[in-house]
Design a protein around this ligand. Sequence first.
Ligand code: IPE
Ligand code: IPE
Ligand code: MG
Length: 242
Amino acid sequence: MAVASESVPRHIAIVMDGNGRWASKRFLPRIAGHKQGVEVLKRTVRSCVQRGVAVLTVFAFSSENWKRPADEVSGLMDIMVAALSRELNALKKDGVHLQFIGEREALSQRVQQCLVEAERETSSNRTLTLNVCFNYGGRWDIVQAAQALAAAGESITEASLSRRLSTFATGDPDLVVRTGGEMRMSNFLLWQAAYSELYFSDVLWPDFDETALDHAIQAYVSRERRFGMTSAQLPGSSNPRV
Ligand code: IPE
Ligand code: IPE
Ligand code: MG
């Protein structure tokens, strides 16, 4: 069941986990799970556009994923390059603005060029911003923000540090979804998720469909976001004495 657009989260972030297990269950190589994961991401982007979500931030490759076997790492790099060249026109047509978040220097020149080109080609799109966290870690993000402040001689406050985070332009996520059954952040948006609603799904990412997305959105809609206040203090509260 779809959810009324006024209650849909503005910014959804997803830890797309479970590709390897999805493949193993089918006696396929792990990379087959990652390929299917790209298909699911494509569908999820479209579903988010249809539901009026403004920003989708996805975790595609973590700072720690370099520890995986070399062939899986290079397979993931190849999948990123292939997916971008294959999907760029469709993303442009759908009004998707692509942004890559993470440490670029460790990526090969070939991958870096693809990211820059995809960002340039989609920079004027406004329907949905898709932040792809690639070689991203929440600790890296906080450290690079602190280093930038130090280099500029700026004082360190919550506001100044927030402004230097790689996701500043798109704001903090309202809802963080993790698929694949694990209940941990794995170094995802550590600072930015301070007041996000968290939703954990047992569905493996390659099986995450529109129904699963709507379950996550419905769970979000049913939460009361208090930001430290009491229920009675919230706008629209009908019971000021609670
Ligand atoms: C998430 O799926 C994708 C990446 C981390 C790149 P996994 O590859 O972690 O899948 P599982 O957790 O092993 O099933
Ligand atoms: C988190 O998944 C990273 C991505 C989805 C890209 P992992 O599978 O790497 O997380 P851990 O290792 O189980 O914590
Ligand atoms: Mg995993």
